[in-house]
Write a protein that binds this ligand. Structure first.
Ligand code: 5HY
Length: 238
């Protein structure tokens, strides 16, 4: 099977990191296609960035459909354009926030999200509510790190994130941690070893969930609101 993992921001180093993490867990019969759009924000840090990135991400899903891609992961913690992507795709489409929150609810009775900037916390809060995960979500914490600090070797990102995860365990009584940025995908296992609780990276769990759904021969419903988009003219930029 072929799974397209889409980094909706346009930072190639993050796309490469996400692709490496996805390939590390993919099964022997799974080909991982890690891509990012040609246009859009270098990092997604709020509603405006998400809106621009979602449209660009959808182009990657449309291209995937023409190429016979079996399933998709939207590798951005805001799950931008998730339902729109499900309209376009025939196979499963998972966002990393939805996947990570559900995984955390299988492994603990309460999790905390640790994300980058405080201004994006409301996005995770809205998603937890939309996904029925509010009852499991103990807290949403921000490290006040810019997303691209995760791509900077000189930044202290790993220590700062680990400290916030420890505060979540101690203060929120979180049984598990959800990492609130695709760019944190390479930190999960090290933090888990240090803190001895499940630290869930949405990229890898989303890949395995998509694999499972495709493996069961399941795809996105094409009835009702997730039916393919109504054919129409799109003027100007598509
Ligand atoms: C992400 N932004 O996963 C989100 C995380 C965030 O560019 N990739 C981004 O901090 O909102």
């Amino acid at each position: 099977m072929r799974i397209r993992v889409i980094n909706p921001n346009t930072t190639a180093s993050m796309t490469a990191k996400i692709g490496a993490a996805a390939r590390a867990v993919a099964g022997p019969g799974t080909e991982i296609d890690a891509v990012n759009p040609e246009y859009g924000p270098v990092s997604i840090e709020g509603h405006y960035d998400e809106a621009i990135a979602a449209a660009a991400m959808l182009e990657e899903v449309r291209k995937g459909e023409a190429e016979g891609v079996d399933g998709y992961v939207i590798a951005c913690f805001g799950d931008p354009g998730l339902l729109a992507a499900r309209e376009v795709a025939s196979g499963p489409v998972l966002g990393i926030a939805e996947a990570a929150m559900h995984a955390a609810s299988f492994l603990s009775t309460g999790f905390s999200v640790v994300t980058t900037l405080g201004r994006t916390k409301i996005i995770a809060h809205h998603l937890a509510q939309a996904y029925g995960m509010a009852q499991f979500c103990r807290n949403i914490r921000a490290c006040e790190l810019e997303v691209l600090a995760l791509e900077d070797e000189r930044s202290d990102a790993r220590r700062i994130i680990t400290q916030e995860c420890k505060r979540a365990i101690d203060e929120d009584e979180a049984g598990a941690i959800v990492l609130g940025c695709a760019g944190m995908t390479d930190l999960a296992k090290a933090i888990e070893r240090e803190l001895q609780v499940p630290v869930i990276d949405g990229v890898t769990v989303a890949v395995k969930f998509v694999e499972a759904l495709v493996g069961c021969g399941l795809g996105t419903s094409k009835r009702g609101d997730l039916a393919y988009p109504i054919p129409k003219a799109y003027t100007g930029r598509r």
